[in-house]
Design a protein around this ligand. Structure first.
Ligand code: NDP
Length: 480
């Protein structure tokens, strides 16, 4: 069986305790590999390696650091097909999605930050005849990066690349559920010639390896993406240690359809924003609010689209919906479907587990599910489900839909569909969301600040925000 290893001090190494955990292919329910069940001792080794690498790495010219990151991007592109297959196997997502979204974006993350490091500048504040004040942005030092299972390599590299570009050394942990592409990245870093200890990848569970990263006194910052409850726990642990924190957490995103929009485009994109990656993207729009005059026509066309989605083996080319990530997650989502019935919802599509035949007989497949008739304040419309489940709700006024859209504890992303430009801006400004898309969804420019309001997180990733996060500003004043 495939056995993954940690990547510490430039080498692939077994965990100190010699223990491993099974990892399962969601499409079959079968164990396909084992991963290090790393302990605080492994994290300590990784931190020691990172500390040793730091003085040289932080002093390398940004151009040279950038060249290495761009080289890793090129290797990710070279191995795109292998990595896409691995991501699909590990996560259950359609291989076509991994090939067109996950892996190209992982490569872009390295290329973007590899070059961004050379454009990063700090400020000067000149006081005429009195003083020259300037700011130096020093790399923070050794930092921790912890990522979730839904977009494994995409989100892992979104943290690692800016940290390395800023001159930090990294101890990183991918989700125990989706370790494979992080392991393959280790090999590519070795091939690219990344100096030993600059990046260390420790596999294992959140409570063991993850917690050890958060608690380690030499780790100066934690960049975390995951659930809101885990984020709160990490904040409680890290705050007394005065670590810098970037938390990208859950969402319960509204998708608002005004009657004057391009309805065909809204339906097409809403199918993607509802069910891409089996609804397991923090940016998915799970609450669809539709202005009443177009409610019935939107519903009819949306349900036709849902009926046409191809669900099946993620490794098959035509598959649009693969498996959800684990049996526990499947149960959680089915629990919310049951709750939607209890809360008085009317099931319009899906609602059941799918039992496939052949290779995928034991896989965790779920029908894309649509409900209507649920109150905006019910649990199904307030809590993050993170699966292929959406609700449809008609609205009558802009005030009403804004109140509903803003009524959850989350504030990550929102989508607005309208051809009225004035309204588009007005509604966007009134939404309590870190990200608003108008007449599009998941359109990403890596320079823009990425992150959520309220319980969706603290801080922003992306562009210069990420480089600022991984650096410590120092203000120096010279009296003239
Ligand atoms: P989790 O919060 O369960 O896990 C995220 C990561 O944290 C995993 O690597 C996990 O390890 C680790 N972890 C768990 N406990 C601890 C701990 N005590 N200390 C340190 N690390 C720990 O989230 P999921 O993996 O279930 O991901 C889904 C969630 O992520 C959803 O809520 C989703 O909305 C959110 N998300 C947010 C995004 C954003 O940008 N805002 C983007 C994508 C997802 P392990 O899994 O190995 O146990």
């Amino acid at each position: 069986m495939l056995q993954l290893q940690n990547y510490i001090n430039g080498q692939l190494v077994a965990p100190v305790a010699g223990t491993y955990l099974p990892t399962i292919e969601p499409a079959t329910g079968q164990v396909y590999a084992e991963i290090p069940d790393s302990s605080p001792a492994d994290v300590a080794r990784a931190v020691t390696a990172a500390e040793a690498a730091l003085p040289t790495w932080r002093m390398l010219p940004a151009e040279e650091r950038g060249r290495l990151l761009v080289r890793i991007a090129e290797l990710l592109e070279r191995d795109l097909e292998l990595l896409a297959q691995a991501e699909s196997l590990d996560n259950g997502k359609p291989v076509s999605l991994a090939r067109t979204v996950d892996i190209p974006r992982a490569a872009s993350n390295f290329a973007f930050f590899g070059t961004a490091a050379q454009h990063f500048a700090s400020e000067t504040h000149f006081q005429e005849g009195v003083a020259l004040n300037y700011t130096v942005r020093h790399p923070l030092g050794v930092v921790g990066c912890i990522s979730p299972w839904n977009l494994p390599l995409y989100l892992f590299t979104w943290k690692i690349a800016p940290a390395l570009a800023a001159g930090c050394c990294v101890v990183a942990k991918p989700s125990e559920l989706t370790p494979y592409t992080a392991f393959l990245l280790s090999n590519l870093c070795i091939e690219a010639g990344l100096p030993a200890g600059v990046l260390n990848i420790v596999h294992g569970t959140g409570p063991s390896a993850g917690q050890a990263i958060v608690e380690h006194p030499a780790i100066k910052a934690i960049s975390f993406t995951g659930g809101t409850a885990t984020g709160a726990h990490i904040a409680r642990t890290a705050a007394p240690l005065f670590k810098k924190l970037s938390l990208e957490l859950g969402g319960k995103n509204p998708n608002i359809i005004f009657a004057d929009c391009n309805l065909a485009e809204a339906v097409r994109t809403s199918l993607r924003s509802s069910f891409s990656n089996q609804g397991q993207i923090c940016l998915c729009g799970s609450r669809i609010f539709i202005e009443r005059p177009v409610y019935e026509v939107f519903k009819t066309e949306f349900l036709q689209g849902v009926a046409g989605l191809t669900i099946g083996d993620p490794q098959e080319e035509g598959t649009q919906q693969g498996a959800v990530v684990s049996e526990a997650h499947l149960r959680k989502v089915l629990g919310y479907i049951e709750l939607a019935h209890q809360e008085g919802g009317t099931l319009l599509a899906g609602g059941q587990r799918i039992e496939l035949k052949g290779r995928c007989a034991g896989g965790y497949f779920l029908q894309p599910t649509v409900f209507e008739g649920l109150r905006p304040d019910c649990r199904v419309n307030q809590e993050e489900i993170f699966g292929p489940v959406v609700t449809l709700t008609p609205f009558d006024t802009e005030e009403e839909v804004l109140a509903w859209a803003n009524s959850t504890e989350y504030g990550l992303a929102a989508t607005v569909w309208t051809s009225n430009l004035t309204r588009a801006h007005r509604v966007a400004h009134a939404l309590h969301s870190g990200i608003v898309w108008i007449n599009t969804w998941m359109h990403r420019d890596l320079r823009t600040p990425f992150g959520g309001m309220k319980n969706s997180g603290v801080g922003r990733e992306g562009g210069l925000e990420a480089l600022r996060f991984f650096t410590e500003p120092q203000s120096i004043t010279l009296k003239l």
